[in-house]
Each structure stands twice: as C-alpha cells, then as structure tokens.
Design a protein around this ligand. Sequence first.
Ligand code: FMN
Ligand code: CDP
Length: 149
Amino acid sequence: MTIADSTASEPVVLTGDVTSGERAAEDFLSLSGYVEQFRSRLGYEPYPGTLNVELDATSRKRWDRTVDGDGGTIRIDPWSDGDREFGGASCYRAAIVSSRSEKTAYSTCHLIVPDRTTHGPGTIELVAPDRLRDRLELADGTTVTVNVR
Ligand SMILES: Cc1cc2nc3c(=O)[nH]c(=O)nc-3n(C[C@H](O)[C@H](O)[C@H](O)COP(=O)(O)O)c2cc1C
Ligand SMILES: Nc1ccn([C@@H]2O[C@H](COP(=O)(O)OP(=O)(O)O)[C@@H](O)[C@H]2O)c(=O)n1
C-alpha cells in the first residue's frame, strides 16, 4: 500500500507511545522560513515543536512499507537564511486519538518526515496548530493512535 492508495481507501493506522526528544524541533519550527511554508501549505502556524510517537512493532512495519517510494503528499522545501541551509520535509495529513480519551480525536495535524533527522524510522513526529500534550492530556508513555491519510 502507498499513501496515494490510502487517500482513496482507508487511512494507515499507526499506534505507539508518546516520547520526549531533545527539543530540537522547537527551534526549527520557530523559524520564519518554515512558519511561512506551513501557513500556506498546511493552512496553519504550527505550535513550535513536534510530538514524538515511538511506534509499536506492527505499526513500524506498516509505516516503513507505506513511505517506501512515496514522495509525501505535501512538501516543505529546503531554504537558506544566507548563512545556513535548512532541510525540507514531507507532510501527511493525520488525526490523533489518545487511548486515555478515545472520544476526543484531533484531526488538524500532520505527520512530518524531515529530510534530515536524528530519529530512526521507529519514531514519527506530528505537527499541529495546538500543543497536543495539552489538548489530549498526553504524557510520556501515553498510547496514541495516528490515522494517516
Ligand atoms: C520542519 C523541520 C525541519 C527540520 N530541519 C532540519 C535541518 O535542517 N537539519 C537537521 O539537522 N535537522 C532538521 N530537523 C530535524 C530535527 O533536528 C530533529 O531531528 C527532529 O525534528 C527531532 O527533534 P526532537 O529532538 O525535538 O524530537 C527538522 C525538523 C523539522 C520538524
Ligand atoms: N503540536 C505539538 C508539538 C509539540 N508538542 C510538545 O511540545 C514540546 C516541545 O516540542 P519538541 O519537538 O521541541 O520537543 P521533543 O519532542 O524533542 O521532546 C514536547 O514536549 C512535545 O511533545 C506538543 O505537545 N504538541
């Protein structure tokens, strides 16, 4: 299955646990070169940071297979501020549900795959206009389901 196939059929369903990283994404997502692209291409200004989700074994295989050979639905282009080069990213429309409040889905977020990242393929990152830890009462270790379209 590819992301292109999944648009026409069912979303790709991924489950995993919320984790903390090294607070690197916060700095990148505060830069105007990214903020302007998110506003025009995703339709919102992201909360500065990414929510990290460590996938379970089944989801990890599913996601590896899904992204294979797919260019991503929405591209964020590389850019430069004159001194430094910043990498691009691929974004996929997504919705997230917490195992602690399954009635509350947050559906205006995106799974983002930076071209350069410190994370391996077993950890996905989500961007959203709101702080998802607050909106969905998430803590490290909370199991979440991410539906990727
Ligand atoms: C929009 C975006 C752009 C990024 N651009 C770069 C980059 O140019 N160079 C780089 O080394 N990492 C880049 N990263 C990746 C981060 O450095 C980091 O590997 C990843 O987002 C995990 O961060 P965390 O430690 O906050 O979880 C980018 C991340 C995002 C979300
Ligand atoms: N839309 C978002 C983005 C980040 N976050 C959280 O905001 C904090 C800062 O994001 P970050 O990407 O710099 O941090 P880490 O993921 O490296 O821990 C982290 O605790 C993220 O989990 C969130 O709750 N909702």
